[in-house]
Design a protein around this ligand. Structure first.
Ligand code: AMP
Ligand code: ZN
Ligand code: FE
Ligand code: FE
Length: 280
């Protein structure tokens, strides 16, 4: 019995509608699904309705980019319902900060001689949260760069001329806000914070000390051996080993809901353990 606790829809940077993500989870025979779009809960209502119609247990979630030890870490928050609330209200503020930052990027690109409007960028993003990848597409469409990664390397990455920072929550703030909103948190794809066993041990005990509940050990891109090692380190740190496909539809080809690249199995017990850690 398997679950998928990390998926994206067209409300952030995936290509599938929330109901299509739900249908894929049902098709794979999953016993539960979480939708975790970046910084937005806009897809939750549609996914929740589709899941209810299909009889699929559904966890409303969100993937936050937070600051931790001077790095950006992705933190999954679960059981965050759309509407007003401590984390929800901060998400709205973060969204406003992102929009202001996007206008600054338009201005920076204008100063570099690119005539790109916010309307054009919004059209590229569709329903999704507007971000730097959409500016990268606009630069590609002008043949200014040959690829998304070249657009980042030349213009959009930190330290490059069209980079503009945006505010993010600290990990500690995000954990506290998620808790006050009735949710729990798990660190996504932890290879971004450590690269060997002792670094993982140190990082995971730091996460536990912050009140984070889980860490994503069953991640799509990890080899089976890495998944096993991370589960063991997570357990020793008192963290719940969570997992997911990080499904993005056509934006990450070859990755399917539930099974990832074909070998992913996230045991459904971990969802029960996460649920047991929800604040009462
Ligand atoms: P934003 O949230 O608007 O600052 O954009 C962040 C997103 O840009 C990330 O989620 C990545 O998908 C993408 N991104 C960041 N750095 C790079 C890079 N060097 N190459 C390609 N994509 C990147
Ligand atoms: Zn994404
Ligand atoms: Fe992520
Ligand atoms: Fe993700």
């Amino acid at each position: 019995m398997a679950v998928d606790l990390h998926t994206h829809s067209s409300y952030s940077d995936g290509t599938a509608r929330p109901e299509e993500v739900v249908a894929a989870a049902v098709g794979r025979g999953l016993t539960a699904l979480a939708l975790t779009d970046h910084d937005t809960l806009d897809g939750i209502a549609e996914a929740g309705r589709a899941a209810e119609d299909a009889g699929l247990p559904f966890v409303p979630g969100v993937e936050l980019s937070v600051g931790w030890n001077a790095r950006a870490v992705h933190l999954l928050a679960y059981w965050i319902e759309p509407g007003p609330g401590p984390l929800q209200d901060r998400l709205a503020e973060i969204q406003q900060g992102r929009e202001a930052r996007n206008v600054q990027i338009v201005e920076a690109l204008d100063a570099l001689g690119f005539d790109i409007t916010m309307e054009e960028i919004r059209a590229i993003a569709g329903d999704g949260v507007v971000g730097r990848p959409h500016f990268a597409v606009a630069l590609m469409q002008r043949n200014a760069v040959a690829s998304i990664s070249e657009a980042f390397d030349r213009y959009l990455a930190k330290g490059r001329p069209a980079y503009r920072p945006r505010k993010r929550l600290s990990a500690a703030e995000a954990v506290a806000l998620a808790r006050r909103s009735g949710g729990v948190t798990s660190v996504a794809h932890p290879h971004t914070v450590a690269d060997d066993a002792s670094a993982f041990e140190a990082a995971f005990s730091g996460f536990a000390a912050l009140g984070i509940t889980g860490v994503e050990c069953y991640y799509v891109e990890y080899a089976p051996e890495t998944r096993r090692k991370l589960v063991s380190i997570a357990r020793n740190a008192g963290l719940v080993p969570t997992g997911g496909s990080d499904y993005h539809g056509g934006n990450k080809p070859g990755i399917e809901v539930g099974i990832g690249r074909g070998d992913l199995v996230v045991p459904d017990e971990v969802l029960g353990e996460l649920a047991a850690a929800r604040p009462v």
